[in-house]
Design a protein around this ligand. Structure first.
Ligand SMILES: C[S@@+](CC[C@H](N)C(=O)[O-])C[C@H]1O[C@@H](n2cnc3c(N)ncnc32)[C@H](O)[C@@H]1O
Length: 271
């Protein structure tokens, strides 16, 4: 595991597929290496609609953030497992809605952190740091986090498509609870998570096997287990639903933009 003190660039492993860079490949990005692309192609041979599902997840994230910024007055965002910079990053969405909002990006992957730092150079009230969601105390004690985030005010914790890389034995529910307890009542949790609910078992096992060779295992969970992350939160409408069903927007022709969902998403407000 990394600690906050691990220097960036000292431990970039290009030989093994990396989950951040595989996701970048699904999204059409260029921050990936040959082993990432080979593993991603294996996943695509099993689940060809993965790129559409990745976009559907990103759309969920954008709608949730926009909702919090415009409808709920949230001005601070802690995006954990933020990934490689792509289009429509959180700071871009919130700045469109409310200038002056503060955004802290966190990722365990040194490549994601390095590219995010490049992208963010000069961006006001935004920072990126390397930390591990499995070590929330270190993350919460980080000086950059505390420079930008005022924990006496509401702060949105974003855990979007990250907790399915944490094993049950590492107790991701405890991490979420620790982050929740660091925030004041009214603070939102934005969470999305892969599931295999409804997926045929054989391809599901094949997909998980690809990730066994990568930087993190894939741990899809059931609706019931994902709901437990919201302990201590009141979920806002429509609750924990397929990514595409969370407050979908209308397409220009009036149809519903729902996409393809491989997981559930929801937003809760801390009690
Ligand atoms: C699928 S990407 C999701 C990116 C973005 N949140 C999104 O939904 O578009 C998962 C990200 O979680 C990061 N990640 C995986 N395990 C992590 C951990 N233990 N702590 C922090 N980040 C982690 C990966 O490096 C990767 O960038």
């Amino acid at each position: 595991m990394v600690s906050a003190a691990t220097p960036i660039g000292t431990d970039i492993d290009q030989s093994r597929p990396n989950v951040a860079r595989m996701y970048d490949y699904y999204l059409g990005g260029c921050h990936n290496f040959a082993p990432d692309r080979a593993a991603a192609e294996q996943v695509l041979s099993i689940f060809p609609d993965t790129p559409v599902a990745a976009q559907t997840n990103r759309h969920f994230l954008r709608r949730a953030v926009r909702h919090l910024a415009t409808e709920r007055g949230v001005r601070q965002f802690l995006d954990i497992g933020a990934g490689l910079p792509t289009q429509g990053n959180v700071h871009e969405i919130v700045r469109e809605c409310v200038p002056g909002s503060r955004v802290v990006y966190v990722d365990v992957d040194p490549v994601a952190v390095a590219y995010a730092r490049q992208l963010l150079a000069g961006a006001p009230d935004t920072t990126v740091l390397r930390a591990d969601v499995r070590r929330p105390d270190e993350l919460l004690a980080d000086s950059e986090v505390n420079r930008l985030i005022d924990f006496s005010e509401p702060v949105a914790v974003l855990l979007v498509a990250v907790l399915h890389f944490v094993r049950d034995a590492e107790d991701p529910w405890a991490s979420v609870a620790r982050l929740r307890d660091a925030t004041v009542p009214g603070s939102p949790l934005v969470l999305s998570h892969l599931t295999l609910d409804g997926a045929p078992p054989v391809p599901a096992q094949a997909g998980k096997a690809v990730y066994q060779q990568s930087s993190a295992p894939l741990v899809p969970r059931t609706h019931a287990d994902i709901s437990r992350f919201f302990d201590g939160y009141d979920q806002i409408e429509p609750g924990l639903v397929w990514w595409g069903d969370w407050r979908p927007e209308r397409s220009p022709d009036g149809g519903r933009q729902s996409g393809v969902s491989h997981g559930y998403g929801g937003v809760g407000l801390r009690r």
